[in-house]
Ligand binder design. Structure first.
Ligand SMILES: [Zn+2]
Ligand SMILES: [Zn+2]
Length: 292
C-alpha cells in the first residue's frame, strides 16, 4: 500500500493542505546540542484525517543575546587556548617499530574551539547559549499515523559557535476513534444485528469519518458478513485517495427467553426446513475475505 511508511517526515514536503486550527499539541523536552525532540498531545482521528495545524511550544537553546554567543563577558574577548596554542587539536606522537604514529584529538581544554573564555558572560555562564521558550505552528498532514515524527528543519538548538541550528522532531499521537479501528489506511467497525434483524433484513446507522451513514442489510444477513465502503477510510499520507471502511456484521443470539418466546422459537424450528437455512456462500469464505 502506498504512503504507509512510518518514518520521519520533513515538514517542507506538505505546505499545501487546509489547516483546521485546533489548540495544543506538543510539549517537547530540551534535547542535546543541535537538536530537540518532543511528543504531541493526541490528535483526534478526525483531525488526522483532514490534517490540522497545532501550536507546539518547546524549549530551545539560542545564541546568548548578551554576549552574541561568544560566551565572554561584554567588553572582553575569548583568548587563545594555552593547552593547544589556539589550534583546537592536540597531536600525540608514538614511536613504534613501524615508525611514528601520529594521533590527533580535539583539545579537551577548549573542546576543540581553540579559544577559552577567561571572563564568562553572566547571562549564559560562558556557554554562549541561553534557553528560550518557542512556539511553532506545526502543520500535520492528512493521513498522519500515530507515533510518526515531523521534522522541523533548522528550528532546534543553536549549534556550537554559530553553527547551524539542529532540527526539532515533533512526535504526533493520534487519539483512537471510539468506534473505528484503523488498519493502515483502512478503517474497521462492527455492527450488531439481533437474530431477527439478521433474518428479516435491517437498515442500520454506522459511524464513518464523514458522519453516520445508513447501511441496508438484506434479509438472511449472516454473521461475519463484510461490507466494504470504498473510499471511506483514511487519506493516504502524502499520496492520493483514501482507504476503505470495512463493516463486519455480528449477529446477537438471545440469551434469556420468556416461556412464550421459547414456545415461539420452538414453533419456528418445527416449521423450518433445510431450505430455510440454505446458504449461498459459506461463513468461512466470508470470514476469509474479511482478512485478505
Ligand atoms: Zn552570554
Ligand atoms: Zn585548546
Amino acid at each position: 500500500m502506498a504512503g504507509t511508511g512510518h518514518g520521519t517526515l520533513a515538514v517542507r514536503t506538505w505546505r499545501a493542505f487546509r489547516p483546521d486550527r485546533e489548540p495544543g499539541v506538543v510539549p517537547p523536552a530540551a534535547g542535546t546540542t543541535g537538536g530537540s525532540t518532543g511528543t504531541a498531545d493526541p490528535t483526534p482521528r478526525r483531525s488526522a484525517a483532514t490534517g490540522t495545524t497545532r501550536q507546539v511550544p518547546f524549549p530551545v537553546t539560542v545564541p546568548c543575546a548578551t554576549c552574541s554567543g561568544s560566551g565572554a563577558k561584554p567588553g572582553t574577548e575569548p583568548v587563545a587556548c594555552a593547552t593547544c596554542d589556539g589550534r583546537g587539536r592536540l597531536q600525540q606522537v608514538t614511536r613504534t617499530m613501524l615508525g611514528e604514529l601520529v594521533r590527533t584529538q580535539a583539545c579537551p581544554a577548549c573542546n576543540g574551539s581553540g579559544r577559552v573564555v577567561e571572563h564568562p558572560c553572566l547571562e549564559c555562564d560562558g556557554s554562549g547559549r541561553t534557553v528560550e521558550e518557542r512556539t511553532l505552528d506545526v502543520e500535520i498532514p492528512p493521513g498522519i499515523h500515530d507515533g510518526q515524527q515531523i521534522r522541523l528543519s533548522g528550528e532546534g538548538h543553536a549549534g556550537d559557535l554559530g553553527g547551524r541550528a539542529g532540527d526539532v522532531y515533533v512526535q504526533v499521537r493520534v487519539k483512537p476513534h471510539p468506534q473505528l479501528v484503523r488498519e493502515g489506511n483502512d478503517l474497521f467497525c462492527t455492527v450488531d444485528l439481533t437474530m431477527t434483524e439478521a433474518a428479516l433484513g435491517a437498515s442500520v446507522r454506522i459511524p464513518t469519518l464523514d458522519g453516520e451513514e445508513q447501511l441496508e442489510l438484506e434479509p438472511g444477513t449472516q454473521p461475519g458478513r463484510l461490507h466494504v465502503l470504498r473510499g471511506k477510510g483514511m487519506p493516504v499520507l502524502q499520496g492520493f485517495g483514501r482507504g476503505d471502511q470495512r463493516v463486519l456484521v455480528n449477529v446477537q443470539v438471545p440469551r434469556r427467553l420468556t416461556e412464550e418466546q421459547r414456545r415461539l422459537l420452538e414453533d419456528f424450528e418445527q416449521s423450518a426446513s433445510d431450505e430455510t437455512y440454505e446458504a449461498d456462500e459459506g461463513f468461512f469464505q466470508k470470514l476469509k475475505s474479511a482478512f485478505r
